[in-house]
Design a protein around this ligand. Structure first.
Ligand code: NOJ
Ligand code: NOJ
Length: 582
């Protein structure tokens, strides 16, 4: 081509490209330019030296420097833990070893905050459920939606990630002396309180919440594994017992007729909510395949949910109006949201992409895509005629689906990119009418959500947490509800046995098998002769129980009379210290 034509051709192309910008933002270049901005945005909001966080104690993460409409110059345990999880992942993967000082500061800050008496209580009376603190680590005492029981779980997950790394480096002393006591506080709180109601992550609804339950489950599983590694077997057993109960309860959020995950058990809304997509990305396990038990990103339930959630925003935001019916769009917390008039959130829109990148990673790892009747509608967005079946990676269907889904994921990044102001700052929301930034500026969580979505796009994911192969227990302990409140009781009995004998627990309520010795519950022995088992039993009740010995052939020896009696409180948790009466 002659130079002049070439120049004209290039100009023409440039014009066409810029005209098309609306639906053709260059995602690669956005990721490239926004990554350092997001990283710097996170670090600017961490005390003591962050550029936007003066007054914050070392390791304290401010939610945003905004002090009016809204005032976010506080530290939320949820935001801080999610942010530090992202930083700890970068550290342990060797991507950024300069983060160590921040991580150490964070550990110190959280160890201090855990001890601060606050309107939710003290360390041992519920204070860990307090959602936010002043940035000098004192209690925030104003009215607020409290408690919020996702915070301790998310903090445990962040710290466990760091602990596992240190153990892999043979640095056990820092783990046992410094980290484990902090982690244990959080895990004990989760173990004892998961079945109490909680304000949801949006701080509005007091009921049970899918996000909270999902992250609690995760923390108990990885906590049990860490406890076992550290030789804390009786703690591990308690965490596992409750993890099983939580996993059971988690299933109840699935709404089969609506084909989505109901975010909250209360609140009087549809329950279609970013809560569920966030849960899916923050409990992603690279080794768990497309398991629906834990709602993995590529599970049929999580994909069906993604469809329903995203679709609920197509018609309600002007900025989505010109995008096609199957395009990635801007999404917010939940369609009924009116906070700041109800707009798209960067972190919610990034999460849509991140779930799909995680799904793509797993499909590639397992070598196939399974379409079920539950996920069929999700896949029909890309291949309208697709039918349930397993499509191996050698098939053209697999290739078409993965390429279409990757483009779809990129479109969520693209709409955030289009609505990122020059300079790259990420606020909490952008206007549903015209895309201009709304609400808190420089939201730390927005930046962290960009970083994790970009990592996922590049195929970089966190370490596995133990979701692989989990199954739902056959009998579920009912969660505590206002109609059916329960408390967690850790039964402990000192019982000397001979080889072949085991101790079982049985008692006067359903949760204790109504005195049926055939279904009595096997206790664990970690610290012989102490046998231990945690069970959720009715609150505010007088309960009778006994320990029994079963020998190798199943013959039962009852504990001598009278029955043990336990009067349970209205909420909380307790432990018994019994001695087997021969
Ligand atoms: C402030 C909370 O942070 C936000 O999540 C909530 O929507 C509003 N208060 C209204 O309750
Ligand atoms: C309001 C959000 O709803 C809540 O999830 C968050 O923790 C706080 N803002 C602080 O960012």
């Amino acid at each position: 081509m002659r130079p002049l034509f070439k120049l004209i051709g290039t100009l023409y192309l440039a014009v066409v490209l810029s005209v098309q910008q609306g639906d053709d933002v260059d995602v690669d270049s956005y990721v490239q330019s926004e990554t350092p901005i997001a990283k710097a945005g996170v670090l600017a909001n961490i005390g003591p030296d962050g550029a936007l966080s003066s007054g914050a104690a070392p390791g304290v993460v401010i939610a945003s420097p905004s002090t009016t409409n809204p005032d976010y110059l506080f530290t939320w345990t949820r935001d801080s833990s999610l942010v530090f999880k992202a930083l700890i992942d970068q550290y342990v993967s060797g991507q950024d070893t300069s983060l160590l000082g921040h991580i150490e500061n964070f550990i110190t800050a959280e160890s201090i905050i855990q001890q601060v008496s606050n309107p939710s209580g003290t360390l041992t009376t519920g204070g860990l459920g307090e959602p936010k603190f002043n940035i000098d680590e004192t209690a925030f005492t104003g009215p607020w939606g409290r408690p919020q029981r996702d915070g301790p779980a998310l903090r445990a997950t962040a710290l466990i990630t760091f602990a596992n790394f240190l153990l892999s480096q043979n640095n056990e002393s820092f783990v046992t002396q410094t980290l484990w006591p902090i982690i244990q506080n959080d895990l004990n709180y989760v173990q004892d309180n998961w079945n109490q109601t909680t304000f949801d992550l949006w701080e509005e609804i007091d009921s049970s919440s899918f996000f909270t339950t999902a992250v609690q489950h995760r923390s108990l599983r990885e906590g049990a594994t860490l406890a076992t590694t550290l030789g804390q077997t009786s703690l591990a057993s308690g965490y596992t017992t409750q993890a099983e109960n939580v996993l059971c309860f988690l299933q109840s959020f699935w709404n089969p007729s609506g084909s989505y995950i109901t975010a909250n058990t209360g609140g009087g809304r549809t329950g279609i909510d970013a809560n569920t997509v966030l849960a899916s990305i923050h409990t992603f396990d690279v080794n768990a395949g497309c398991d629906a038990t834990t709602f993995q990103p590529c599970s049929d339930k999580a994909l069906a949910n993604h469809l329903v959630y995203v679709d609920s925003f197509r018609g309600i935001y002007d900025i989505n109006a010109d995008l096609g019916p199957a395009a990635g769009v801007a999404t917010g917390r939940y369609p009924e949201d009116i906070y700041q008039v109800g707009n798209p959130w960067y972190l919610a829109t990034f999460a849509n992409a991140e779930q799909l990148y995680a799904a793509l990673h797993t499909w590639t790892t397992v070598g196939s895509i399974e379409v079920t009747s539950i996920s069929q509608a999700f896949f029909q967005q890309f291949i309208p005629s697709i039918t349930p079946g397993t499509y191996p990676s050698s098939s053209s269907t697999f290739t078409s689906l993965t390429s279409a889904i990757r483009s779809y994921a990129d479109e969520f990044i693209a709409i955030n990119a289009q609505n990122t102001p020059s300079g790259g700052g990420l606020s909490e929301q952008y206007s549903k009418a015209d895309g201009t930034p709304v609400s808190a500026n420089d939201l730390t969580w927005s930046y962290a959500s960009a970083l994790t979505a970009f990592q996922a796009r590049g195929g970089v994911f966190s370490n596995s947490w133990g979701a692989q192969g989990l199954t739902v227990p056959s009998s579920c302990v009912p969660p505590s509800t206002s109609e059916n409140p329960t408390v967690a009781v850790t039964f402990q009995v000192d019982a000397t046995t001979v080889f072949g004998q085991n101790i079982y627990l049985v008692g006067s309520v359903d949760a204790l098998q109504n005195w049926d010795t055939n279904t009595a519950m096997l206790m664990s022995v970690e610290n012989y002769p102490i046998w231990i088992l945690t069970v959720n039993v009715p609150a505010s009740s007088s309960i009778q129980y006994k320990y029994i010995i079963k020998d190798g052939s199943g013959d039962v020896t009852w504990e001598a009379d009278p029955n043990n009696v336990l009067d349970t409180p209205a909420n909380g948790a307790l432990a018994t210290h019994d001695t087997f009466r021969n």
